[in-house]
Design a protein around this ligand. Structure first.
Ligand SMILES: Cc1cc2nc3c(=O)[nH]c(=O)nc-3n(C[C@H](O)[C@H](O)[C@H](O)COP(=O)(O)OP(=O)(O)OC[C@H]3O[C@@H](n4cnc5c(N)ncnc54)[C@H](O)[C@@H]3O)c2cc1C
Length: 437
């Protein structure tokens, strides 16, 4: 009899799992339950919507016909309960749905700081397209906004609001931006770009109270007693995986839903992938959380294949992201952490990986020219991580060399001895290695 697969979540993890199931099991029934009416769109693209760089229509990369092409059924509705013994899920969309194998891919939601006033009209977070639309609406009727938080999303909010002509105050709890991932020069580069865009940076600043009038945001009171007038407060202090369904079903969870390297949870017929999953990495023996689009796709594919019987353990690649930070195209790969605390984030941010925060046992080599900067973490036998800001010529070579753990002994000494030559040494090493493959 044909197997029934049910997937909760119509994001990249859920959809790529559906396609992977279809590839291995042509006769199985695959149903995706997603609570967003709008269909499938790019979440990283929301930043470009806020800055007005792309219209909304450009975010929708997958037409409904793609689901039909892969034989995937989709219903719009919220999954509300799992009955693991009965192998059924309840949804707001209609009667309970039976499954043989279930995938949980509901993603994560933004956290809010525990300060008074967070429920006022005008306090916003950025999880989805509805939020982006709301932010743009507020931006049209607000002169000033305060942005609180760290990592990529806080910056995207600040840059988006500034691009909409809103006077934007960006509060940093410590002395610099994203201190546990970027080094001081990288933070300074980003901060100078933000200031050039007209964003007002307030270092060593933190919100004590969001002040309201008539239920609407009117400003913020800072911990030092000063006050900023603003009609909007945008918050990005980190995300919380959506664990409600899993916890109520008795699945083992910690920061995310625990899975093994096959994406199986503590119930052998329930799998989890994407932002919600805390996945076992056999390489390090640790469970890791990521919030990256490409990783959600990889995990969804691997989970779907395993649900359909592949039995293949997940091979975790060093996480990478190519994004814009302070208007500079930036690639982050592998372990690049500085070992510092980041007061602006209380949890993993979006477009972020726990692996980046790790401080590698490595030498750091860096090279800087104009508005571009490359920092590479050089281990004993391989490169462990890199940050490439501005000129992206080394982005692809570094992604390849780090992902494939290429043996660096032939050029390691040269790298360490002449950092200025870093771009040349890496480019020619990359060409040598990949010309031979
Ligand atoms: C503003 C923003 C910027 C980002 N920037 C980057 C970036 O620069 N680079 C990068 O790599 N990544 C970025 N990300 C992160 C990336 O988008 C996520 O890692 C990725 O979308 C996770 O995929 P997912 O399938 O696990 O979850 P999601 O994409 O969150 O999809 C989960 C879906 O499940 C739905 N759902 C939740 N609960 C239920 C339920 N009970 N029933 C039915 N449906 C449910 C949700 O509404 C959602 O539609 C960004 C994300 C955001 C929001």
């Amino acid at each position: 009899m044909a197997r029934s697969y049910v997937i909760v979540g119509n994001g990249p993890a859920g959809v790529s799992a559906g396609e992977a199931i279809r590839r291995r099991d042509p006769s199985g029934n695959v149903l995706i339950v997603g609570d967003e009416k709008l269909g499938f769109y790019s979440r990283p693209g929301l930043a470009y919507l806020l800055t007005g760089t792309v219209p909304e229509s450009h975010l929708f990369s997958r037409p409904e016909s793609e689901y039909r092409k892969h034989g995937l059924r989709r219903v719009v509705g919220r999954a509300t309960r799992i009955d693991p013994k009965g192998h059924r899920i309840e949804t707001q969309a209609g009667p309970a749905i039976a499954y043989d194998r279930l995938l949980l891919a509901p993603g994560a939601r933004a956290l809010k700081p525990d300060v008074p006033g967070m429920d006022l009209d005008g306090v916003v977070t950025l999880d989805n397209l509805e939020d982006a639309r709301r932010i743009l609406k507020f931006a049209r009727r607000t002169n000033a906004a305060v942005v609180v938080g760290g990592g990529i999303t806080a910056l995207e909010l600040a840059e988006g609001l500034a691009a909409q002509g809103v006077t934007t105050h960006y509060l940093l709890r410590k002395d610099r931006y994203w201190g546990n991932v970027l080094d001081p020069q990288e933070s300074a580069l980003v901060e100078s770009r933000l200031e050039a865009e007209g964003i007002r940076l307030h270092r060593h600043s933190d919100v004590a109270v969001v002040v309201g009038r008539g239920g609407k945001v009117n400003g913020v009171e800072l911990k030092d007693g000063s006050r900023l007038e603003a009609g909007m407060v945008a918050v990005a202090i980190g995300i919380q995986p959506r664990l409600e369904l899993a916890l109520a079903a008795g699945l083992t969870c910690d920061r995310g839903i625990w899975t093994d390297e096959f994406f199986r949870t503590s119930d052998p017929d329930i799998y989890a992938a994407g932002d919600v999953a805390e996945v076992y990495d056999p390489g390090t023996g640790r469970r890791v959380l990521d919030s990256l689009w490409s990783i959600a796709i990889d995990q969804g594919r691997a989970a779907g294949a395993n649900m359909a019987g592949a039995g293949e353990p997940y091979q975790r690649k060093p996480p990478f992201n190519v994004t814009r930070i302070g208007g500079l195209t930036t690639t982050l790969i592998g372990a690049v952490g500085t070992g510092q605390e980041d007061g602006d984030l209380v949890a993993l941010a979006r477009g972020d990986s726990e692996a980046w925060r790790q401080q590698a046992d490595a030498f750091t080599v860096e090279s800087e020219a104009n508005l571009s900067r490359v920092r590479v973490l050089v281990g004993e036998r391989s490169l462990l991580g890199a940050v490439v800001m501005g000129d992206q010529a080394l982005s692809r070579p570094l992604q390849d060399l780090i992902r494939d753990q290429v043996d660096i002994l032939p050029f390691r000494q040269q790298l360490l001895q002449s950092p200025r030559e870093l771009p040349n040494v890496l480019s020619s090493a990359w060409k040598d290695v990949y010309a031979r493959r």
